[in-house]
Design a protein around this ligand. Structure first.
Ligand SMILES: [Zn+2]
Length: 883
């Protein structure tokens, strides 16, 4: 899956969570699986033949299933998974079997009249299932077609909801062939993982479509979709690629279709294995999944429309890049996840970290102008390094026992830290050796299941480098190191090219101050020299020689590794002095580290501000975007303090040269990242109170109501956010009526997303109350609350506490346990910690770490305001112009 994108760029804080924690052994055989909610032993499924006939009006579907299984020994009962299933009849080898359901365990037991001998058997079950309203199992999404409400029926099974489609062994290591048949009402058609092999026309206009057998695959990757569908296609390397949407919308998928063709061809080359199925469909559906943007069902990837479709006049550069990234991520899974699947959810990161990394790799090849690694450093990596340095974090690889824990495993550590660790190891062993390792891993395990060490062993064998040790240290321990680097002064003479490195765990709070060590791949370089490569062993200190002389040096040059570098003051001053001359990647890495050191107290906050003061108008757009986020974060910390006005003015002064360069109007041939930067700057300057930007945003929003061209897609969302943030009651009312008039979900989402940026207290209160009524589309209500919490954490929290039952009824299972923490963690009020604790008293133990993380975030905000901000405020009062 790919995680959904934050709705707004203002306060874009990725929701991260975290249960369970300790280390595990490398192989399945020696793991402690005694608490795992899975089915061990018993018969093994070979093939499922499943026929489904949905009845949308009744909210149910008729199902008929034949499973062929192999039993290695005689058995008196068969246990499999089932949920929301009502069995009409069950038989084994033609003889009736007793059925016993266990709703709590989501299991079903079949008992034959006599024990079954070892060998193959056939199970036949006739049943009915439920069409769900939330994004799990077979569920419906609604849309408006010329004023008429219509539905698409689609499925979402990861991690454990295929058992709601049919009784089955619903765990990733029980691969089986799926033969699917779907009956669609008159005027509708069906899509699934494989191509249709024949379609019967039934009396009354319905059709019954039989799909080709899948290869042996994990149940969570099965897909069925039914509705009034359109499809556009292209062909690459003998594979038919399609975009499937509700009728009339498919052309909006052209960009995704072209991207998929490019990406599929690139992966075929990278993996040296052709795409394994004859077709690949990408299905767009209106709506919003609890925590996910898209799902990599084999041959039939599901996306919510906003992650697949673009509108020429409405979409931004950020939308375009996100669609490409979603497509590249999900298609990478077709090999890495689908062809080869993790054995169990402990190793989810193998799927998700790798697909995230592979998407950036494909972007680097196909869109180098987006600077994907730099963008990743500023986006995912910087955020996850904060989460991984405080209470509530966990190792990348950790035990998952329950369904709640599996749901919570889809977090920033799994995706972003996973990506960063893979990038570090690729940079260490080299691109070619890494690719060879990946190819060998995939071909050795195709149509099989694996654990993490299978991949690292293959990369180690291909490279001859001690990959397993580095991978072990970074994936099985929480946190990451800060390396303190001390160079000798020139006066010391002959050994002046030596740099001493010491390591410890980087911590933002006491919980992370543990004794840990890592084997760390080091790339060091003098600014006037070549790179030196070494592995710092898992020891407290080590020396490396960095020739040629005693000039300024960088550690983690190129910023490919997952650690921070704290320089001796002399070297820091030298780097700051020549900061404009560093590569953008290194500028960004040093900025991110020193922002973190300012928060942790490892270096004065003024070091960071000093670096910012050296940035020029033509700095790389990703570096400028990172600075933009810092300026709005400073405002968040200063809100309500006597210095708020000065911090706002300072932020505007820092950002003014960047905005002066990019302006409101795109220049010919400008870099796409300048377009991203423009939108970010408009949003931030509007929040920081730039009168010109606010006036222009208002002018453009109002003009666009008469002439849409006044507000091109590149700045549309940003201008709406500024408009909403600074809205008067009349402007708010106008915006709400515009959002209510929108009929397409993607457009509703854009407009309600902007509305959520409101800053005025009375308006924010009014908006919160609207989430209890019918004005805001149901799938967007919880997100509007989350957005309001960005600027009004106390108000949003009190609202949640006062309307708990109503709001919880809006939340999908995948986000129910995260939501209170998401809302509360915008606050810097220490009292919020106890309130969050009280609210979540009855949460399951699996959510404990997640909550620890939210509480730590509140404490860290409070600590920043109390202990670090005064230094920054003093510096700002002396440098009001940012220089
Ligand atoms: Zn994924």
């Amino acid at each position: 899956m790919s995680i959904r994108r934050p709705l707004l760029v203002i306060l874009a804080v990725a929701a991260l969570q975290a249960p369970g924690a300790c280390t595990r052994s490398a192989t399945t055989a020696s793991e402690d699986t005694s608490h795992r909610e899975w089915i061990a032993g018993g018969p093994i499924p070979n093939r499922y033949q499943i026929a489904i006939a949905p009845n949308d009006a009744a909210g149910s579907f008729a199902g008929e299933e034949t499973i062929s299984v192999r039993a290695d020994e005689a058995t008196s009962s068969i246990v499999m998974n089932a949920a929301d299933i009502s069995v009409g009849s069950a038989a084994i080898d033609g003889a009736p079997a007793q059925v016993q359901m266990n709703a709590e365990r989501q299991q079903m037991t079949l008992t034959p009249s006599a024990p079954l001998p070892a060998g193959t058997h056939s199970i036949h079950i006739v049943y009915t299932g439920k069409i769900q309203d939330g994004a799990l199992g077979l569920f419906r999404t609604s849309y408006s077609d010329h004023g008429r409400e219509k539905h698409l029926l689609i499925t979402q099974f990861e991690p454990s909801d295929a058992r709601r489609l049919a009784p089955m062994w619903d765990q990733p290591n029980r691969r089986a062939v799926f033969s699917l048949t779907v009956t669609a009402p008159s005027g509708q058609n069906a899509v699934s993982n494989m191509q249709a092999v024949n379609t019967e026309h039934l009396p009354g206009g319905a059709t019954r479509t039989h799909f080709a057998d899948t290869p042996p695959m994990a149940s969570y990757l099965v897909f069925i979709g039914v509705g009034e569908l359109d499809r556009i296609t292209t062909n690459v390397d003998g594979v038919e690629i399609g975009v499937v949407t509700r009728r009339g919308q498919a052309e909006r998928g052209r960009y995704a279709l072209r991207s998929a063709a490019d990406v599929l061809h690139y992966y075929r080359d990278y993996f040296a294995i052709p795409y394994p199925l004859p077709k690949l469909d990408m299905i767009g559906a209106p709506g919003e999944g609890g925590g996910f943007a898209a799902m990599e069902n084999w041959g039939a990837i599901l996306y919510f429309d906003q992650y697949l479709l673009l509108d020429e006049n409405l979409s931004s550069e950020a939308d375009r890049q996100f669609v490409f990234d979603s497509v590249a991520h999900e298609i990478a899974h077709q090999w890495f996840g689908d062809l080869v699947t993790m054995n169990w959810w402990d190793d989810l990161w193998l799927n998700e970290g790798f697909a995230s990394w592979m998407a950036s790799k494909a972007t680097e090849h196909l869109h180098p102008e987006w600077a994907p690694w730099r963008a990743q450093l500023n986006g995912g990596t910087a955020a996850v390094m904060v989460k991984d340095a405080r209470a509530g974090t966990h190792p990348i690889v950790r035990p998952v026992n329950t369904i709640d824990e599996a749901n919570l495993a889809f977090d920033g550590i799994t995706y972003s830290k996973g990506l960063a660790v893979i990038r570090m190891i690729e940079a260490y062993v080299g691109e070619a050796a890494f690719r060879t390792g990946v190819r060998n891993y995939l071909s050795a395990h195709r149509l099989g299941n694996t654990v993490s060490s299978d991949l690292w062993s293959a990369v180690q064998a291909a490279s001859g480098q001690p990959v397993l040790q580095i991978a072990h240290d970074f994936t099985e321990q929480s946190g990451y190191p800060v390396v303190r680097a001390t160079g000798e002064a020139c006066a010391n003479g002959s050994r002046a090219n030596q740099v001493e490195l010491t390591q410890r765990r980087f911590a933002l709070d006491d919980s992370a101050r543990t004794q840990q060590l890592w084997s760390i791949p080091i790339v060091a370089r003098r600014l006037n020299g070549a790179s030196t490569r070494a592995v710092m062993p898992a020891r407290a200190s080590a020396n490396i020689n960095v020739p040629p002389d005693c000039g300024p040096y960088l550690v983690n040059a190129g910023q490919t590794a997952f650690f921070r570098v704290l320089y001796d003051q002399r070297n820091f001053d030298a780097l700051a002095h020549g900061f404009a001359g560093l590569d953008p990647d290194d500028q960004l890495g040093v900025l991110i580290d020193y922002w973190a050191f300012g928060r942790s107290g490892d270096a004065p906050f003024t070091n960071y501000l000093q670096l910012v003061s050296t940035l020029t108008a033509d700095v790389d757009p990703v570096v400028a975007m990172d600075t933009t986020s810092s300026m709005t974060s400073l405002l968040d910390y200063a809100r309500g303090r006597p210095t708020e006005g000065a911090v706002r003015a300072y932020g505007r002064a820092v950002l003014a040269p960047f905005f002066h360069r990019v302006g409101w109007t795109p220049r010919n041939n400008e870099s796409p990242n300048d377009s991203l930067l423009r939108a970010r700057l408009v949003t931030a300057l509007g929040e920081l109170g730039d009168g010109d930007v606010i006036a222009e945003a208002r002018r453009r929003v109002e003009a666009s109501r008469r002439s849409p061209a006044a507000l091109p897609g590149s700045v549309r969302d940003a201008a709406y956010e500024v408009y909403a943030y600074n809205a008067t009651p009349a402007q708010f009312a106008a915006l709400v009526s515009q959002a209510k008039a929108a009929t397409d979900f993607v457009e509703q989402r854009r407009l309600w997303g902007a509305v959520g940026a409101v800053n005025d207290n009375a308006i924010a209160e009014q908006l919160l109350n609207m989430t209890l009524g019918g004005d805001i589309p149901r799938p967007l209500r919880a997100r509007v609350i989350r957005e309001v919490a960005g600027n009004h954490p106390r108000m949003a929290w009190d609202f949640l506490a006062a309307h708990r039952a109503a709001i919880e009824s809006l939340l999908e299972p995948g986000v129910r346990l995260q939501f209170p923490g998401d809302v509360a963690s915008n606050s810097s009020d220490p009292a919020m910690v106890a309130e969050l604790e009280r609210y979540t008293t009855n949460f399951p133990p699996g959510a404990r770490l997640e909550l620890e993380g939210a509480k730590a975030t509140i404490r860290l905000r409070a600590d920043m305001v109390r202990n670090r901000l005064p230094t920054a405020e003093a510096w700002i009062s002396q440098h009001p112009n940012g220089r």
